[in-house]
Design a protein around this ligand. Structure first.
Ligand SMILES: *Cc1c(COP(=O)(O)O)cnc(C)c1O
Length: 227
């Protein structure tokens, strides 16, 4: 796995280059290393190369890694499918969750966030291309959901997250950015996070204003089958 450090360097350089060509401060973009299916040793290598934010999709697997790497000051982001039966563990063990698309999930996370921990950072997932197969709220619902989520204690609504349709070119990233701006303006909110862009579409996402890019393959290499 010695390539992880090199891969990270390359991804950071690409982020910096894309930020520069978009006239943005590279420091305004957080690289989230998506480590699903990868062993703790791979995460350690990335950590040793300076990586601090890690994204996990599968709760049980994530909890094992969080326990194994307890000694490291890592920021853990939950980016997998979220159902009610997972909210307690997410509230107890993560710093961020990107995949909230219903008020009920927010209410549970808020109620289950342990006293003494800072608020859980949250992104509202939007089904920006209206795909039948995809999680996320409809774009029209986002404003009302953001209003409700922002009012919950123990959570901090940070912004919007999307996974655009595989065949891009539809301006999905720019639409998500405009949606956040419009919700901020109309609701008086201060969302500051656009979680969008993965290994294959970093450039477009950064051009459209991504503040968190979620990158797995380009850092850790390919995953086996379908995950
Ligand atoms: C797996 C995953 C990623 C990373 O995808 P890559 O193509 O490997 O960079 C990003 N976001 C989410 C929500 C994912 O599930």
């Amino acid at each position: 796995m010695p390539k992880i450090a090199e891969n990270l360097t390359r991804v950071r350089q690409e982020i910096a280059a894309q930020a520069q060509s978009a006239g943005r401060d590279p420091g305004s973009i957080t690289l989230l290393a998506v480590s699903k299916t990868k062993p703790p040793e791979a995460l350690c290598q990335a950590y040793d190369a300076g990586q601090r934010d890690f994204g996990e999709n599968y709760l049980q697997e994530a909890l094992e890694k969080i326990a194994a790497l307890k000694r490291l000051p890592i920021q853990w982001h939950f980016i997998g499918a979220l159902q009610s039966n997972k909210t307690r563990a997410v509230a107890e063990h993560f710093h961020w969750v990107h995949t909230v698309d219903r008020v009920k999930l927010g209410e549970r996370l808020s109620a289950q966030r342990p006293a003494g921990l800072p608020p859980l950072n949250l992104c509202l997932q939007v089904n920006i291309d209206r795909e039948d197969s995809k999680a996320g709220c409809e774009p029209e619902q986002a404003q009302a959901l953001a209003r409700a989520l922002a009012a919950l204690p123990n959570l901090r609504l940070r912004g919007l997250m999307a996974i655009p349709a595989a065949r891009g070119g539809t301006g999905a990233f720019a639409r998500l950015a405009r949606l956040m701006q419009s919700i901020n303006d109309q609701e008086g909110l201060d969302m500051d996070t656009l979680s969008m862009g993965m290994s294959d579409d970093l450039a477009e996402a950064i051009g459209a204003g991504a503040t968190i890019v979620r990158v797995g393959t380009a850092i850790f290499g390919a995953r086996s089958a379908n995950v």
